[in-house]
Design a protein around this ligand. Structure first.
Ligand code: DQA
Length: 152
C-alpha cells in the first residue's frame, strides 16, 4: 500500500449554456435578472465544492458546440449535464437527438418560466430527453439543478 492515497477525482457536472446567455446581466434583466453567467458559475462552484463535485461551465452561440459538448460529457464520464439551451430549446432536434444518444442524465434549466411567456416558448424539444426541468427561479434554477444532479 502506498502511504499517500491519491485524492479521488470529484465527479464532474457539465453546465452547458446556449445562445445569448453570454449577455446575461445586461440582456432583458426584467426577465433574466442581473446575475451574469460568471456570477452563476461562482454560485455553482461554491455549492459544488461543498458537495465534492466539479463544475465544467461553458457557453456557445452555436448549436453544434452544444451537440459536441453533450457527446463529450458522456465520453469524459460526466456525472450529469445541466443544460440551458436558450432558444435552441424550442427549435433544436439536433440537441434532442444528442441527448437521446447519450446515457448521461441531462437536467434542463431555464432562468425564466417559458410557460408564462410567448406561445413559441411553450414547446421544448429537449424536454423529451431531459431527466427533469427546473425553470422560473432565475440564477437559483441552476443551483437547484445542481442539487438535483448531486442526488442522481
Ligand atoms: C431561456 C428561455 C428561452 O426561451 C430563451 O430563448 C432563452 C433563455 C431561459 O433561461 O429562461 O434564451 O432558456
Amino acid at each position: 500500500m502506498p502511504d499517500t492515497v491519491p485524492a479521488a477525482t470529484s465527479p464532474t457536472i457539465y453546465v452547458l449554456n446556449g445562445p445569448n446567455l453570454n449577455l446575461l446581466g445586461i440582456r432583458e434583466p426584467e426577465i433574466y435578472g442581473h446575475d451574469t453567467l460568471d456570477d452563476i458559475a461562482g454560485m455553482l462552484e461554491d455549492r459544488a465544492r461543498e458537495m465534492n463535485l466539479k463544475i465544467d461551465m461553458r457557453q456557445s452561440n452555436h448549436e453544434g458546440h452544444i451537440v459536441d459538448w453533450l457527446h463529450e460529457a458522456q465520453a469524459e464520464g460526466a456525472k450529469a449535464v445541466i443544460l440551458n439551451a436558450g432558444a435552441y430549446t424550442h427549435t433544436s432536434v439536433a440537441i434532442l437527438d444528442a441527448m437521446k444518444g447519450i446515457v448521461t442524465p441531462v437536467i434542463e434549466v431555464h432562468l425564466s418560466n417559458p410557460h408564462m411567456r410567448e406561445s413559441f416558448r411553450h414547446h421544448s424539444y429537449i424536454s423529451k430527453a431531459a431527466k427533469g426541468t427546473i425553470a422560473g427561479f432565475g440564477a437559483l434554477s441552476y443551483v437547484l439543478a445542481l442539487e438535483a444532479a448531486a442526488r442522481l
